[in-house]
Design a protein. Structure first.
Length: 112
C-alpha cells in the first residue's frame, strides 16, 4: 500500500459540505389586458323586394267517360249433400287385466 493511500485511510473523513438550496424569487403575476370588441356597425338590413303573385291557369274540364257496370254471371246451385251423423254414445273400451300372467319358464321353481 502506498503512503498516500495510508494517509487517506488514517485521516478522519471530513463532513460533506452542507448544500444550500438557493431561494427562487417569486414571479410577478401576469396581468392580461382586457379584451374589448369593436362596436358592430348598426346598419339596417335591406328589405327584400316583394315578388309578384303567380297564378296558374285553370285546368281544362274534361269529362271522364262512365264505365259500364259489369254483371256477374249467376252460379249454378250446389247439390245438397247430407252431413254424416255424429254418434251419440261412446263405444266401450275393453278392460285391461290388472294381474300379470306368469310364464312358467321365467318363474322360480316351487320350493319343496
Amino acid at each position: 500500500m502506498s503512503l498516500a493511500a495510508r494517509q487517506l485511510l488514517q485521516t478522519s473523513a471530513a463532513p460533506p459540505p452542507a448544500l444550500t438550496v438557493p431561494t427562487i424569487p417569486s414571479l410577478p403575476t401576469p396581468t392580461l389586458p382586457q379584451a374589448t370588441l369593436p362596436p358592430l356597425p348598426s346598419t339596417p338590413l335591406p328589405t327584400l323586394p316583394t315578388l309578384p303573385k303567380t297564378t296558374l291557369p285553370p285546368l281544362p274540364s274534361t269529362q271522364i267517360p262512365s264505365l259500364p257496370n259489369p254483371t256477374l254471371p249467376t252460379l249454378p246451385p250446389l247439390p245438397a249433400t247430407p252431413l254424416p251423423t255424429i254418434p251419440t254414445t261412446i263405444p266401450s273400451i275393453p278392460t285391461i287385466p290388472t294381474t300379470i300372467p306368469t310364464i312358467p319358464f321365467f318363474s322360480p321353481p316351487p320350493s319343496n
